[in-house]
Ligand binder design. Structure first.
Ligand SMILES: Cc1cc2nc3c(=O)[nH]c(=O)nc-3n(C[C@H](O)[C@H](O)[C@H](O)COP(=O)(O)OP(=O)(O)OC[C@H]3O[C@@H](n4cnc5c(N)ncnc54)[C@H](O)[C@@H]3O)c2cc1C
Ligand code: FES
Ligand code: FES
Length: 1333
């Protein structure tokens, strides 16, 4: 190392030079930007490269080509020390409201692509980088660029629509509603366009043009720096760690030979996550990125050598450039690699992850290694002992993360051979999500035929994902070599493959049967590919079975249909118009302030939690002495420090804020460490030692809870008619059950709060990301034993909530306030994604059992439903969730004898809580499954059974609420027409007859959703409206803005009521100081209640101004306000809404819970690959009755976002727990929410016209939650496709498919010849890797 004092890191951020002396090798760019530079537009979403919220653009000058290269990257994985010589662009310098906004920012915002806005800066940066590199783009470029950017709110459609306005090619705007190109409808226009044209959500004519000349120039100083050769070793040091960057190969070799254990960090996409999530510590890191030999490329007659330091994106570009230079027969391996490279991680990952790093990381499920190995690649390695070449074969990959290279050896370059005539190479992969997901199984397959022959001369097959390392299927290959390529040879090979690649039933990662069947399916797919090649080259002359074409992926323009405002409505009145989210531009520029973006308060501390590692145990000791010894750790907060109430109580059940004597789940909070910085608080928390004595028999599963009667009381029953008697009168009775997994909220902004003691009279300010500021205020006051008037809770905005920022948030606020109280300093708590997922719980898993009695014509006369939900270790909202399930269980069906029983199970898993839909999506899926079964048993299409049992005419629910289903029936009929349901069912049948291995499925699903809490006390709201002397208006109301657009809608309400433009109205925050005693923002009720309160306040004020208006009718507004002020008229008014009396009598089983229902119907169609279970939603049409939409763009955004969240729930999102109750899925790498690749290829939303609702403001309806359930239409469409596949295998009739219908479940349910070959281990004969709850 050069000197004891380290070198400086020199780089640029947004055009400004940064020289970092003593750069800490442990610091990443994200924390540097946010905490040091106060550039908070770049967000933290996961810290592991999996969400894209932290995307920035990195630019470097390349002296060899004298060009500047830009790429997007995840700042959370970029070590600061790696940035020497780089220029970083963050969202702040792309555009700002103070100077000018960039077209990317404008278009995403104005196309309504931002709701909570937390993902928006990341989206902007991915798109911005794309356009910097390629001003002429196509849709494929956009979907690739955004594949690694997650959004939990929008459903992506509006983001894509905004971005595709940059596409140069003329795209057809045809919605193809009628399945033909003659139904084209132009999507552009303005809200004020003529009545005979359909209204549009945005007008692309008004967008700023893209002007590349306006972009920041690359700093000339960095060009000079790169051109001046610097042979010096650079060393960056902190107290704990050194980072060394050699400039020459000799230096590198010497360093590595002296420090063989030090990792070579290039992209940091393997080392970084290991350090962060597994606590790995490296005292020394070597960065080889300045060593030219690692980036070289050379060509030989047999292939190409590629430097190991090249990023995967560079490798991909290089191979793509090579492709046209050679005949096809030479580039078989190259093409297979290009295909596989396109699937590795996201664009941001591929831009930094290196080829050498990928090989050396030796992931068991690496995408590249099986292909490289099958293609007979080799590597050149160097050490102080010299150079050697090593084949990439089964001897190279020796275990998880291990290769046969010696620790001091450096991978210099990789040889990618050309293929020869008669040689074929293919790559295969399957992943839990189509893009930006590690493979479940990956494969590379190569076969060589002697010229003109179908007899196999040589073969190599490698798999990833079926063991701890990349493995060769050598015996399988031997079974094929020297034989002709035909059905018979391959049938024998499948058996050999099964025997050769054995996965134990408890293998890590589970999915054992599925993974084994995938190996067979891939070999079969390869078989077909090769057959076709042989046929095309006339080596075989007989007919060959059809190829399996890839699933469709082109996203078509979508359609959003809504109604014009009345012709006589003033242009200034925004109600009913598609007004952009009021903060969308600030979201897109990164200026919108979220809780953790608030500047540090003087003396601020950070809080990190210590959580239980046991599911059920006595705490025998907590030792935090080690933590307190860490310099910078200030204190440890335990239950003994709580001055007031130590528990939260609900329905007689207590939830401890911090565990005292016993823990009842892994992740339960035990104590908290406060320290001077985040890093120190986390180190302190890791240093706390908790001793436990395990208690027997933890309860995890439904069966365990039922077996031990581990329930929360009361259990509920709701019944109408006489179910028992009715079963005696029906033609047929059928029983079934369905399991539905839970769901993680995955709000993009994790739980965040800042508690600031004011310093006098026990006053505290709490800045928090909470859906219920009043509850936070209450909990903090109770916990500290102070009156509520000393606690002011402020919520500026929330980066997504979905029900997950109510109860646990207030408990976290209680703990954080104790820390602030005890230390008398401001304390911030922002959960890491992993902790957030571990601690806060989510949607309740459900076991639904049903018994149904029906007539041969399809009429259902009796149904007996039993719902068990997993509540977790505390009650939280479980009882209310279970009640809402029973209340909603009739859905749209008039079942005369209907009984539901609900039980919340108490388990030793983290407590589940409210989640958009509040149990309804799970409950109704059971009901729809029941109807589906009835239809299958009767041999009729499901929709006929659905229709036969609809409520019709004046109706009464099973708990006695009267309602009219008229608009529901209109939604149903409209949906059938708009989706062309009948024709598409026929087309799907036809498709299924033509395709053996791919099937299409279509399903149509309705919902009736009661809006509101069904609880009188929560049906109230208040607002405070202040008019200032200059005429500007400040509105504060009880709702919290979490992306649902409630502030935008309130601005619209105030604008209409005060008759002023919305631009004069501002909403700053929600505050318990301004508006006390609010209800929570939930239950799709925020606009209904707060809208009425804002209306009330505005009407009062407008009345007060009446005399001044009369005196001076022409105004302007400011003159009335000024005159009123001089006349001493109060220009501030509070408004109030007292909702209707609501009740439910569980004894009498009668209630009046809602004043209205929101109705909706969705028709979805999927295409399923039966061999892998992969599917694509080819189309979704939703018709929704939301009365008169107050803001069609916001409402359509809610409909689409909820639908996508429901699709995630029902088809992909899976929580996995270890047998000891530890949540495995604690980040986006393990837990997959829908991404851009999951958007339905045609995604149409229609708001039902001519619907009125006298019960909510301006005849609108609540829409936040209902369409989550409509995501289940994708589940039922998959089930329909699976049924088609099963019927080809001779498996007719009923079958069970639990939710989520993941590719694993769908594939196994298809019952293909390959899945049937895989032996199934007897349950109970092994310990599964994950709990089967
Ligand atoms: C979010 C995410 C998604 C991903 N998705 C996929 C995926 O879908 N498919 C897939 O295959 N992979 C995937 N990956 C893995 C990724 O491709 C690898 O982590 C990456 O290629 C490693 O390269 P790196 O330069 O970042 O390695 P680093 O983290 O910098 O280093 C990794 C290891 O390689 C060693 N090393 C690096 N270069 C050399 C060298 N020249 N000689 C000797 N040793 C060396 C280092 O010592 C270190 O031990 C994903 C990773 C992330 C974070
Ligand atoms: S925070 Fe960096 S990718 Fe999620
Ligand atoms: S708007 Fe994308 S996460 Fe909220």
């Amino acid at each position: 190392m050069s000197s004891s004092k380290g070198d400086n890191v020199c780089f640029f951020i947004n055009g400004k030079k940064v020289i970092e002396e003593n750069a800490d090798p442990e610091t990443n760019l994200l924390s540097f930007l946010r905490q040091r530079m106060r550039l908070t537009g770049t967000k933290y979403g996961c810290g592991g490269g999996g969400c894209g919220a932290c995307t920035v653009m990195v630019s470097r000058y390349l002296p060899t080509t004298k060009t500047i290269a830009h790429h997007s990257a995840n700042a959370c994985l970029l070590p600061l020390c790696q940035l020497h010589g780089a220029a970083i662009t963050t969202v702040e310098s792309v555009g700002s409201t103070k100077t000018r906004i960039h077209p990317v920012q404008e278009r995403i915002a104005k196309a309504h692509g931002s709701q909570c806005g937390f993902c928006t800066p990341g989206m902007v940066m991915s798109m911005y980088t794309l356009l910097r590199n390629k001003p002429q783009i196509c849709l494929d470029d956009i979907t690739q660029a955004l594949a690694g950017n997650l959004c939990r709110c929008t459903g992506y459609r509006p983001i894509i629509d905004g971005c595709r306005t940059f596409c140069q090619e003329q795209e057809s705007n045809c919605c193809q509603v009628n399945g033909s190109a003659t139904c084209c409808r132009d999507l552009e226009g303005t809200p004020e366009e003529p009545e005979d044209e359909a209204p549009k959500l945005f007008n692309k004519e008004e967008f700023l043009p893209l002007d590349p000349t306006q972009e920041l120039i690359f700093p000339p100083e960095l060009i000079l720096m790169s051109e001046a050769s610097n042979p010096q070793l650079l060393t960056f040091r902190s107290e704990r760690m050194s980072w060394v960057s050699p400039a020459t190969l000799d230096q590198l070799v010497e360093l590595k030979s002296r420090n063989p254990k030090a990792p070579l960090v290039v992209g940091n996409t393997n080392v970084g996550p290991d350090v962060k999530f597994k606590g790995v510590f490296h005292p020394l890191v070597i960065s080889p990125t300045r060593v030219p030999e690692l980036f070289q490329f050379s060509q030989t007659p047999d292939g190409v050598w590629v430097g190991a330091g090249n990023s995967l994106a560079q490798l991909q570009a290089l191979l793509e450039k090579l492709l046209p230079q050679f005949p096809q027969e030479k580039t078989e391996l190259i093409r297979a690699l290009i295909q596989q490279l396109g699937n590795v991680g996201s664009q941001q990952i591929r831009n930094v992850a290196s080829l050498g790093g990928n090989i050396m990381s030796a992931y068991p499920n690496s995408d590249l290694n099986p292909v490289l190995a099958a293609g007979k690649s080799r590597v050149s390695v160097i050490s102080d002992g010299g150079r050697r070449e090593v084949p990439l074969n089964q001897d190279f990959f020796v275990g998880f993360g291990k290769t046969s290279l010696k620790p001091e050896e450096i991978l210099l370059s990789v040889f990618i051979p050309f293929t020869t005539k008669g040689e074929l190479v293919r790559a295969f992969r399957h992943a839990p999500r189509k893009e930006s997901a590690f493979a479940t199984v990956a494969a590379g397959m190569r076969v060589l035929f002697s010229e003109g022959s179908a007899v196999v001369q040589d073969m190599s097959v490698y798999f990833g994902g079926v063991g701890p390392a990349t493995v060769a299927a050598a015996k399988t290959c031997s079974a094929i070599v020297s034989k002709p390529w035909c059905e018979e040879t391959l049938s024998q090979a499948y058996q050999v493959l099964l025997e050769e690649l054995v996965l134990p039933p408890s293998a890590p990662g589970a999915k054992v049967e599925f993974r084994r069947s995938l190996t067979l399916s891939f070999l079969f797919k390869f078989h077909l590919e090769v057959l076709h090649q042989l046929r095309e080259t006339n080596v075989v002359t007989h007919d060959v079975p059809a190829r399996i074409e890839p699933l469709p992926r082109e996203i078509h323009p979508s359609l959003q249909e809504f109604q014009h405002v009345p012709q006589d409505q003033s242009h200034q009145d925004p109600v009913g118009r598609p007004i952009m989210h009021r903060s969308a531009i600030s979201h897109a520029t990164g200026e919108a302030v979220y809780c953790d973006d608030m500047p540090k308060v003087d003396g601020e501390l950070f809080l990190a939690l210590v959580t239980s590692s046991r599911a059920h145990a006595k705490i025998t000791g907590v030792d935090f002495s080690q933590a307190l010894q860490i310099p910078g750790v200030v204190d440890v907060i335990t239950v003994a420090d709580i001055p007031g109430k130590k528990v939260r109580s609900q329905f007689g059940y207590d939830e401890e804020l911090l565990a005292e004597n016993e823990v009842s789940c892994v992740g339960q909070m035990i104590c908290a460490v406060v320290a001077e910085s985040r890093a120190l608080a986390k180190r302190g928390a890791r240093a706390v030692r908790v001793d436990y004595e395990d208690l027997p028999d933890p309860v995890f599963t439904f069966e365990e809870a039922m077996g031990r009667s581990s329930f929360f009381e009361p259990r509920r029953v709701l019944e109408r008619g006489d179910v028992t008697e009715a079963f005696k009168t029906v033609d047929r009775v059928h029983s079934g059950e369905l399991r539905l997994g839970g769901q993680e909220h995955f709000y993009m902004e994790t739980q965040s709060m800042l508690v600031v003691p004011v310093g006098e009279e026990r006053e505290l300010n709490v800045y928090i990301s909470s859906q219920w500021p009043t509850l936070v205020q209450e909990v903090v006051a109770e916990t500290l034993d102070i009156p509520s008037n000393r606690v002011t809770c402020h919520v500026k905005r929330i980066g997504g909530a979905f029900g997950g920022k109510v109860t646990k948030t207030s408990i976290l606020a209680g703990i954080t306030s104790v820390a602030a109280w005890k230390t008398n300093r401001a304390v911030r708590c922002v959960l890491d994604r992993g902790d957030d997922m571990l601690i806060t719980g989510g949607r309740h898993p459900l076991l639904g059992k049903y018994k149904v009695g029906f007539m041969n014509d399809g009429r259902i006369l009796a149904a007996d439903l039993q719902y068990y939900i997993l509540g977790g270790n505390t009650l939280d909202d479980s009882l209310m969730v279970m009640e809402k399930m029973l209340i909603s269980m009739d859905n749209v069906y008039n079942i005369p004898n209907l009984r539901g029983r609900g039980t919340a199970c108490r388990t030793n898993l983290p407590s589940n809580t409210a989640f958009r839909g509040f149990g309804v999506p799970q409950a109704l899926t059971v009901v729809e499954s029941m109807l589906d079964d009835v239809a299958t048993l009767l041999g009729r299409p499901t929709y006929e059974v659905q229709e036969m049992n609809f409520y019709r005419g004046p109706s009464t629910t099973h708990y006695g609420l009267e309602f009219s289903p008229d608009t529901l029936l209109r939604c149903w009929e409209d949906c059938k027409v708009k989706s062309d349901y009948a024709a598409r069912r026929q087309a799907a049948l036809h498709f299924n007859q033509q395709n053996r291995w791919k099937k299409r499925g279509v399903a149509i699903t309705p919902i009736k959703y009661g809006v509101g809490y069904g609880i009188s006390v929560l049906s109230q709201a208040a607002a405070l409206v202040n008019i200032y002397k200059d005429g500007s208006v400040l509105v504060t109301h009880g709702g919290a803005e979490m992306g649902q657009g409630v502030h935008t809608k309130m601005q619209q309400v105030a604008s209409r009521e005060l008759h002023i433009p919305a631009s004069k109205i501002y909403i700053s925050e929600s505050s318990t100081g301004a508006v006390p005693n609010n209800s929570l923002s939930a239950a799709s009720f925020g606009t209904d209640s707060n809208g009425m309160a804002v209306q009330n306040a505005c009407q009062i004020l407008y009345q007060r101004l009446e005399p001044f208006r009369q005196k001076n009718p022409k105004g302007p507004w400011e003159s009335w306000v000024g005159a009123a002020f001089f006349q001493r008229v109060n220009l501030s008014a509070s408004g109030f809404y007292r909702g209707p009396d609501l009740n439910m009598d569980w004894e009498k089983k009668k209630g009046k819970l809602y004043t209205y229902f929101t109705f909706g119907v969705c028709c979805s169609e999927v295409e399923l690959d039966c061999l892998t279970g992969e599917y694509r939603t080819v189309r979704a049409d939703l018709v929704v009755d939301i009365g008169k939409s107050l803001n069609p763009s916001v409402d359509i955004g809610q409909i689409e976002g909820a639908f996508m969240q429901g699709m995630g729930l029902f088809t992909m999102e899976e929580l996995k727990y270890s047998p000891l109750g530890l949540l495995y899925t604690r980040g986006p790498s393990q837990y997959k929410i829908p991404a851009v690749c999951d958007v339905p290829l045609r995604f149409n939303v229609y708001l039902l016209p001519d619907s009125e609702n006298p019960h909510a403001i301006y005849s609108s309806k609540g829409i936040g939650e209902p369409t989550v359930f409509l995501g289940s239409s994708v589940f039922f469409a998959i089930k329909d496709a699976v049924a088609a596949a099963r019927s080809e295998s001779g498996a007719l009739g009923l079958f069970s498919l639990n939710s989520p219908a993941t590719p694993e479940r769908a594939c196994l349910a298809c019952s293909s010849p390959f899945t049937k070959m895989v032996p199934v281990s007897e349950p109970g004969s092994f310990q599964p890797w994950a709990l089967n709850i």
